[in-house]
Write a protein that binds this ligand. Structure first.
Ligand code: ADP
Ligand code: ASP
Ligand code: MG
Length: 412
C-alpha cells in the first residue's frame, strides 16, 4: 500500500460528469489498496469568473476580500467530489485548506506556505478515509484566509505530499504530460518522458503554466517524485526527478514563453555608482517585480536603464517612477507594450557556448528583432514583439530539433 497525493486541475473537474469521472479514478486507486489524498482546483474557469465579478464592482478590490472570494471556488469542488465518492461507496471527507492545516505567511494573493499542521489529515487517513483537500488556499497566523497565487493548487498537492511523506504526487491535468513547449501553440510539441527538477523549475518560472513554480521547488527540496499526466487518458505522463535518465544529452529540452511583457526605459539617469541600486531599491520597496535589466551609457554623465515587467504592474511602476523622479534625477520614462519573452531551457547548455548564438541566428533569419536578452546556466531568454512570439517558438522548436526523440549536441 502506498500513500499517494493526486491533484486534479480546473478542466479535469469542470463539470458534474468530469467530477464523477475523477471519483471513478479515485475509486480505482483506493481499490488498488492505496491511501489517498486528493487535492482539487475550482471547477473549469470559475476562478476567472469570480475575478470578473469582483472587477465589475471595483477596479481595486481589497486583497483580503479577493482571497475570501476566490477560495470559495475550490470549496465547491471538494464537496461535490466527496459526494460523488460517497455515491461510489467510498469513505471520503472534504477539508478546506485551513482544516487541512495549511499555514501561510500573512500576504494576500500570492502567499507562501509556512507550515502544514497535518494532524487532521493523518487522523482522517487513520480512519480509512480518502481526504479531499481544497487547493490554492491557506490561513495566516493572524487567522486570515490567503491564496497561493494562480495555479497554486499544484503547490498545495506537493506540499501535502512532502508533509505526509507520500510516496509520490501525481498532477492530473488536461494534457498528457510536460511537453517540449505548450502543445496548444506548437502542434509538433513532444511529450517528455522525464525532466529534471531544475529544468522544470525554469520552464515553470518562465511561463510554462503546466506546473506552479513553487510546486516544483517543494518537490525538489523535499524529494517528492512528481508526475504530470492526463486526467482523461490512461497514457504515460512525465516524471519530474533529480536525475534525468533518458535523453541525457539534450542541449535544449524545452521552450517556455509568456506574453504581456513591457519594456520600460528610464532615460537620462546620472552615471553614478549608486544609480542602479537607488532605482531598483525604489522599485522593490514598492513591490514592483522587475525581470530583465539593461544598462546603456550614452554620454559621460548619463545612462539609460531598461527593464521588463508584466502588463499588470505597468500602472504601479509608472506611478512609483513618477513620484521618485526628482530623487532619482532622471529625465524621462518611456515604455513599449505587447512584447513577449521566450526562453530556451536545458541543463546541457552549461557546456555548450554556441546555444545563444544559434538562438539569435534563428531569430535573425526569421526577421525577428530581439529587444532584450538574459541568460543563466540553463536558459537563454529573449524579449521580442508579441506578434512574433508564435513564429519564434515554432522556428526555435524546429531548429533545436525538439520534435525528435533522439537529439544530438548542438555545435555552432
Ligand atoms: P490545470 O487546470 O489542470 O492546473 P493548467 O491550465 O494550469 O491546468 O495547465 C495545463 C496547461 O498548461 C495545458 O493545457 C497547456 O496549454 C499549458 N502548458 C504550457 N506549457 C506547457 C508545456 N511545456 N507542457 C504541457 N503543457 C503546457
Ligand atoms: N483555482 C486557482 C486558479 O485558477 C488555483 C488552481 O487552479 O491551481 O488559479
Ligand atoms: Mg494549473
Amino acid at each position: 500500500m502506498a500513500r499517494i497525493v493526486q491533484k486534479y486541475g480546473g478542466t479535469s473537474v469542470g463539470s458534474v460528469e468530469r467530477i464523477k469521472h475523477v471519483a471513478s479514478r479515485v475509486e480505482r486507486s483506493v481499490k488498488e489498496g492505496h491511501e489517498l489524498i486528493v487535492v482539487v482546483s475550482a471547477m473549469g474557469k470559475s476562478t476567472d469568473e469570480l475575478v470578473s465579478l469582483a472587477n465589475q464592482i471595483t477596479d481595486a478590490p481589497s486583497k483580503r476580500e479577493m482571497d475570501m472570494l476566490l477560495t470559495t471556488g475550490e470549496q465547491v469542488t471538494i464537496s461535490l467530489l466527496t459526494m460523488a465518492l460517497h455515491e461510489c461507496g467510498i469513505e471520503a471527507v472534504s477539508l478546506t485548506g485551513w482544516q487541512a492545516g495549511m499555514e501561510t505567511e500573512a500576504s494576500h494573493g500570492n502567499a507562501r506556505i509556512s507550515a502544514i499542521k497535518n494532524e487532521r489529515l493523518e487522523a482522517e487517513l487513520a480512519k480509512g478515509k480518502v481526504v479531499i483537500v481544497a487547493g490554492f488556499q491557506g490561513l495566516s497566523e493572524q487567522g486570515e484566509i490567503t491564496t497561493l497565487g494562480r495555479g497554486g493548487s499544484d503547490t498545495t498537492a506537493v506540499a501535502i505530499a512532502a508533509s505526509l511523506k507520500a510516496s509520490r504526487c501525481d498532477i492530473y491535468t488536461d494534457v498528457t504530460g510536460v511537453y517540449t513547449t505548450d502543445p496548444r501553440y506548437v502542434k509538433k510539441a513532444r511529450k517528455l518522458h522525464s525532466i529534471s527538477y531544475d529544468e522544470m523549475l525554469e520552464m515553470a518560472n518562465l511561463g510554462a503554466g503546466v506546473l506552479h513554480p513553487r510546486a516544483v521547488e517543494f518537490a525538489k527540496n523535499y524529494d517528492v517524485p512528481l508526475m504530470v499526466a492526463s486526467s482523461m487518458e490512461d497514457v504515460e505522463g512525465t516524471l519530474i526527478e533529480e536525475e534525468v535518465s533518458m535523453e541525457q544529452n539534450l542541449v535544449v529540452r524545452g521552450i517556455a514563453f509568456e506574453n504581456d511583457v513591457i519594456k520600460v526605459t528610464v532615460k537620462g539617469l546620472p552615471n553614478r555608482i549608486d544609480t542602479l541600486s537607488k532605482l531598483f531599491t525604489t522599485l522593490s520597496e514598492n513591490h514592483v517585480n522587475v525581470d530583465i535589466i539593461i544598462q546603456n551609457q550614452y554620454d559621460e554623465e548619463h545612462v539609460n536603464i531598461s527593464f521588463s515587467i508584466t502588463q499588470s504592474s505597468l500602472k504601479e511602476t509608472l506611478a512609483v517612477l513618477g513620484k521618485a523622479q526628482e530623487d532619482l534625477q532622471f529625465a524621462d520614462v518611456s515604455f513599449e507594450e505587447e512584447l513577449a519573452k521566450l526562453s530556451i531551457i536545458g541543463s546541457g547548455m552549461v557546456s555548450n557556448p554556441g546555444v545563444a548564438a544559434k538562438m539569435f541566428d534563428v531569430l535573425a533569419k526569421n526577421d525577428i528583432f530581439v529587444k532584450m536578452v538574459s541568460t543563466s546556466e540553463i536558459k537563454v531568454s529573449v524579449v521580442v514583439l508579441g506578434a512574433d512570439m508564435t513564429l519564434a517558438v515554432e522556428m526555435l522548436h524546429e531548429q533545436f530539433q525538439l520534435a525528435e526523440e533522439v537529439q544530438v549536441a548542438v555545435t555552432v
